[in-house]
Design a protein around this ligand. Sequence first.
Ligand SMILES: NC(=O)c1ccc[n+]([C@@H]2O[C@H](COP(=O)([O-])OP(=O)(O)OC[C@H]3O[C@@H](n4cnc5c(N)ncnc54)[C@H](O)[C@@H]3O)[C@@H](O)[C@H]2O)c1
Length: 420
Amino acid sequence: MKQIKIGIFGLGRGASFIDNILACNGDIVAICDKDEELLAKRQERLPDAAAYTNFDEFIEHEGLEAVFLANYFHEHAPFAVKALEKNIHVISECTPAGTMGDAVALVRAAEKSKAIYMLAENYPFMKFNQEMRRVYQGGSLGKVLFAEGEYNHPIWSDWISDLCPDSKHWRYHMPRVYYITHSLAPLCYITGSMPKKVTAFPVSYPHTKESCHSELYWRLPDRSAIVSCYNDDGSVFRVTGWAQFGAHDNTYRICGTEGQIENVRGDTERIMLRYNDYAAPEGMGEVNTYYPEWKLEDKELAEKAGHGGGDFFVIKEFFDCIRSGKRPMFDVYFGVTLSAVAILAHKSALEYGTVYDVPDFRREEDRVKYENDFDTPMWGSDGKAPTIPNTDLPEYIPTEESLAEYDAAMARHLAKQQNK
Ligand SMILES: NC(=O)c1ccc[n+]([C@@H]2O[C@H](COP(=O)([O-])OP(=O)(O)OC[C@H]3O[C@@H](n4cnc5c(N)ncnc54)[C@H](O)[C@@H]3O)[C@@H](O)[C@H]2O)c1
């Protein structure tokens, strides 16, 4: 099996792929992060990899064939474009593009490039989602009419200093609906349906000191949304972004004309497959529950990998595509469509439900409409301020004062940690 020379850009989340890359016969020849302390720490694990703090120098690394992008959430596209222009294969963490203009630039660059672009969306590859795809694609549930996907991931204080180190970090400002791929991509993967129109209502919970668990936690407001997508096959999906209501779970339900399949809330690994009495296939009951198993040679590697095996499968799929020349399922059109759903859903939520058409990124007429739209609710790492609000609640639009308060609280938190 051909070894693939790959570099990792962004060594927080990026480092969690080291084992999966090596297991899939990747050769990590270069790593890059502007945080020199983190870079040095990762070099201890990868002493043979060249270390860079600058992306432009990193992609000049001799023999580099592919890059894994795990830098700031909303800034992947410009770096993906640079790599694609050099015909370097790109696998990019979610989300592919932080603005509609970035999505257009990314799809144009991918079309011109000889290299492969793939979104590293891992949730579809979780065991229960692969099982739901197998059953749905088998046809016994008929045609999908409705499906729902929830990525419900409340966070707590101990994590915050790592996850959101300062008041201009993307996690502080991101409308939770921007993180849509974990709820939406599994539904698209299972059914093959893709969104054409989108509308959303905000779910904004005004955190107060009294309602939360720590000084830092209450300063990260919740800004989820409930998003409805009307799809290219007439079905409707209802999804969340990175929601923080209720209890932690990621669950999916597909309703077809003949029955439904879901993973069970509170017992996520368990599948519940139900048929209407007239539609149950030979040998199946009306209600069937079970824990699916991998039927794979690579079962052990998948079991060890993060995110229910998903982190292994994204690397495996990316390398298979490079080696065979096949197009990834989560290609650039798939990726930018999901980004567009997120961005337009946020716009819709700010307007309490305006319906937006999701552009068809294969059509230049649709692309030109958005090529100059760089509106963003997040700070750029170059210091550019947000151009649109990140919440519908005016009292939670961050002010200079509230940002400074967060930074002061973080400094107190870190000092406390150090003195422990
Ligand atoms: N799919 C998943 O399950 C999953 C899980 C966690 C994170 N993620 C995604 O992975 C990405 C990274 O997440 P994270 O938690 O590590 O983010 P982070 O913001 O904590 O870290 C980003 C890293 O990139 C580096 N960086 C950013 N811009 C740079 C530049 N121009 N030059 C050099 N280094 C630069 C930063 O120094 C930092 O170390 C995000 O897109 C996130 O959404 C996905």
